[in-house]
Design a protein around this ligand. Structure first.
Ligand code: GDP
Ligand code: GDP
Length: 480
């Protein structure tokens, strides 16, 4: 396929299982729901998911009905766990499935006629506001005619008379089902995605994969920020003393230089805004207020930011404020617990700090934490490796194929929520950029995706693709 050409819609339906239209088989026990389920699903397709950790209920299968793939749910399997009255069981087993249904097949037993339980259930079902198709089962031979007439009284329209066991009336039933389904989701095309509006043609590869620019050459740009007295200058001097300084001013002038270069095993590291750090720290008045804005200037110049904290004081609100700035500006972060030599109970201190950070900075979950003493040098050697690791994560690129395989399983684990009574059709993800990792999520009305579901996706991305501590951006883009 030529780059930039409009992609013709492929003829194969690649809709993920979790996004297939949902057809729920409901009704009182013993009307033949499971029999119908088996008939319709026909074991034509594998029920078992190949996604690790996703075990599909046996009563939840893909079915192919007149060429339409649907997700078929049999509520019969859900009855056991429910409350101990017939109505309670029916309701409880069906409530969740029905709320997610694109179509409910409400089954009655044509041989036994309409029972009070059927009537009760029908009344409840009408209130759920989901499309319903009435199915009169066990209607082999002439048995169904009477019940079929009677069943009009349920107020759910004309029944479809079948015999699940004998396989009668199934072709008509399938046709009726397919007619009532929402239109199929067209395969995602580049036009749907609107990638052309967002990227230059040369930035869009095959399958809508965004071709990310290579990592820029040059040193890793690092800033050390933190409140006054956290030990930033002590740390700077320690780093300059221990690592080979490859460029930089004459000794003695170091501290007024705007940036200095170090080198570690993996190459050059540029420490930015060391001058700003010194200058701001010397200003006596409004010191507390200024440390945040001074940090902002420094971190804007950096790729990775070391947030230095005086561990003897615990985590201050201002530390959190600075951390949020780092997140907002999309920088990678390493938390440095300094003055570790002066900490008495190290285990308790580390736990208290970690708890506070995890609780307050959920946007940067898994942030790397290094503890050391800039004064004595103990543990400082752990800092630059942590910085390098954070830089790798910040630069992470995830291939679109792997991303969407994960995305599909994430959707299966948690069905996207209903918004205004309708399920959002989330379709496709691609990484738009690195530094920090930024993803675009496409789907019908994707922009309405509730925040907790966004958080679920971001946390999943973070865990699956091993991106601790870095800000992760998720952009939502609605498609037609
Ligand atoms: P469920 O409790 O609603 O899932 O019902 P089942 O599928 O377990 O069926 C209950 C009973 O009805 C079983 O003994 C089935 O063999 C029987 N059954 C199911 N479909 C038909 C049918 O079309 N005709 C007749 N005569 N019996 C059926
Ligand atoms: P800055 O304002 O963040 O640049 O902090 P400084 O580097 O000027 O350090 C502030 C004070 O903390 C100084 O008195 C340092 O000697 C002291 N300090 C810095 N690092 C450590 C450390 O690891 N342990 C202890 N005990 N004191 C430290």
């Amino acid at each position: 396929m030529k780059r930039g050409s409009r992609q013709a819609a492929p003829n194969t339906d690649t809709t993920p299982f979790a996004l297939l239209p949902v057809v729920v088989i409901a009704g009182r026990p013993n009307v033949g729901k499971s029999t119908l389920f088996n008939r319709l699903s026909g074991r034509r397709t594998a029920i078992v998911s190949d996604t690790p950790g996703v075990t599909r209920d046996r009563k939840d299968a893909e079915a192919l009905l007149r060429g339409r793939r649907v997700r078929l749910i049999d509520t019969a399997g859900l009855e056991e766990a429910a409350p101990d009255t017939l109505y309670g069981r029916m309701r409880a087993s069906s409530e969740y499935a029905v709320s997610e249904a694109d179509l409910v097949l409400f089954c009655i037993d044509a041989r036994s006629g309409i029972t009070p339980a059927d009537q009760h259930f029908a009344t409840w079902l009408r209130r759920q506001g989901r499309p319903v198709l009435l199915v009169a089962n066990k209607a082999e031979g002439k048995a169904g005619a009477a019940a079929a007439m009677e069943s009009f009284s349920l107020g759910l329209g004309a029944p479809c008379a079948i015999s699940a066991e004998h396989g009668e009336g199934l072709a008509d039933l399938m046709a009726e089902i397919v007619e009532r389904l929402p239109p199929p989701l067209a395969p995602v095309t580049r036009e749907d995605l609107g990638l052309e509006d967002m990227f230059e043609p040369e930035e869009i590869g095959e399958d809508g994969e965004v071709v990310l620019p290579p990592r820029p050459p040059g040193p890793l740009r690092l800033a050390i920020v933190g409140r006054p007295n956290a030990g930033k200058s002590t740390l700077l001097n320690r780093l300059l003393g221990e690592e080979r300084m490859i460029t930089g001013p004459e000794p003695g002038l170091t501290r007024d230089a705007v940036s200095v270069q170090l080198e570690d095993r993996l190459g050059p590291i540029e420490l930015v805004d060391t001058a700003g750090m010194r200058k701001k720290a010397r200003v006596e008045e409004a010191l507390e207020r200024m440390s945040v804005s001074a940090s902002l200037e420094a971190l804007k110049m950096a790729e990775i930011v070391v947030l230095a904290i005086d561990a003897t004081l615990g985590v201050h609100d201002q530390d959190l404020q600075i951390a949020r700035l780092i997140e907002r500006e999309g920088r990678g972060c390493v938390l440095a617990l300094n003055k570790w030599d002066a900490v008495e109970d190290r285990i308790a201190t580390r736990k208290a700090i970690s708890d506070r950070i995890e609780f307050s900075l959920s946007q940067m979950r898994g942030i790397p934490v290094v503890s050391f003493s800039a004064l004595t040098g103990a543990g400082v050697q752990k800092l630059l490796p942590a910085v390098r690791a954070a830089h790798e994560v910040w630069n992470k690129r995830i291939p679109t194929g792997a991303l969407n395989r994960w995305f599909e399983s994430a959707l299966e684990r948690h069905t996207p929520p209903l918004v205004e009574g309708r399920r959002l059709k989330l379709r496709y993800m691609t990484q738009a950029k690195a530094r920090p990792p930024t993803f675009i999520l496409f789907g019908t009305r994707a922009e309405m995706l509730p925040e907790d579901y966004q958080r679920y996706l971001v946390n999943g991305l973070r865990e699956t693709f091993d991106m601790p501590g870095t800000p992760i951006r998720l952009l939502l883009r609605g498609t037609k």
